[in-house]
Write a protein that binds this ligand. Structure first.
Ligand SMILES: NC(=O)c1ccc[n+]([C@@H]2O[C@H](COP(=O)([O-])OP(=O)(O)OC[C@H]3O[C@@H](n4cnc5c(N)ncnc54)[C@H](OP(=O)(O)O)[C@@H]3O)[C@@H](O)[C@H]2O)c1
Length: 242
């Protein structure tokens, strides 16, 4: 999969990693970049088509689908991180609404276009999917759930030629991590690493120095082996109805 001449859709495209993904897709010669944002966006490059797209809004998702003629790469990047302590159920519900049901809803809606193009889905997740960061436990729950969603979609869509990549990012220097005082990668370097990973066909992408340090142990570890074992099991013996 190369980015040149492809059609790409990025959610949360107005700032942070999403904005960097739009610029990097253009730099790599994308034919069209749909920039999904909650507020109207203007872009100097004529290849960018803005779409009003709150990923929790089913009507806006449907309207976006109707405006997109074809799609090769869907990047579910939009995300929300709240500081919480698990005392408020609403924080978990809000995190799941944006970070789990957001990518779920957008993916389901664009699936006909993606299966037609034998396209690619990129879900921007976080290393907190592996182990919770207890200052953002609701966010961590939602990213762990979104990793599981990505793994199941990967298995379920492989037969239709659709690839699913999970991006397990460490800290990135954006508004989201402003209150978190640790070394951070630039959004531009992360965007480059995400597209490099997609072009190389890496199913799990570790796009920054912090996450990169765990890539090898993840790829050769017990959880990954079990993911493959379960896929093989289902391929060998498809689910029988009761
Ligand atoms: N920054 C990090 O350290 C880090 C690390 C690992 C993973 N990530 C992940 O990377 C992705 C991008 O985050 P970021 O760091 O670029 O954060 P950011 O600067 O806070 O940007 C978040 C983006 O998501 C959009 N968004 C939030 N809720 C939305 C909704 N309901 N519908 C549509 N768009 C929505 C925001 O739009 P508005 O401007 O309208 O709010 C904004 O464009 C997220 O999935 C995040 O979890 C970030």
């Amino acid at each position: 999969m190369t980015i040149a001449d492809r059609t790409v859709l990025v959610t949360g495209a107005n700032r942070g990693i999403g904005q960097a993904l739009v610029e990097e897709a253009l730099r790599r010669g994308a034919k069209r970049v749909y920039a999904g944002t909650r507020q109207p966006l203007a872009h100097v490059d004529g290849r960018v088509t803005p779409l009003i797209l709150d990923v929790t809004n089913a009507e806006q998702i449907q309207e976006a689908v109707e405006r997109v003629e074809s799609l090769d790469i869907l990047i579910n990047n939009a995300g929300l991180a709240l500081y919480d302590d698990l005392s408020d159920r609403a924080a978990i519900e809000q995190s799941l609404a944006v970070n789990l049901f957001g990518p779920y809803g957008v993916t389901q809606a664009f699936l006909p276009l993606l299966t037609r193009s034998r396209g690619t889905i990129v879900n921007v997740l976080s290393v907190v999917a592996f182990a919770p960061l207890p200052i953002v436990p609701a966010y961590s729950i939602s990213k762990a759930a979104a990793l599981s969603l990505s793994q199941s979609l990967r298995a379920l869509l492989a037969g239709q030629g659709v690839r699913v990549h999970a991006v397990l990012a460490g800290p990135v220097d954006t508004d989201m991590s402003r209150g978190f005082d640790v070394p951070k990668a630039s959004p531009e370097s992360v965007a480059r690493a995400i597209f490099d990973g997609v072009e190389k066909g890496e199913e799990d992408i570790f796009p920054d120095p912090m996450s990169e340090s765990m890539a090898e142990s993840w790829r050769s570890g017990a959880a990954k082996a079990l993911e493959r074992q379960f896929v093989a099991l289902v391929e060998a013996e498809p689910v029988k109805s009761a």
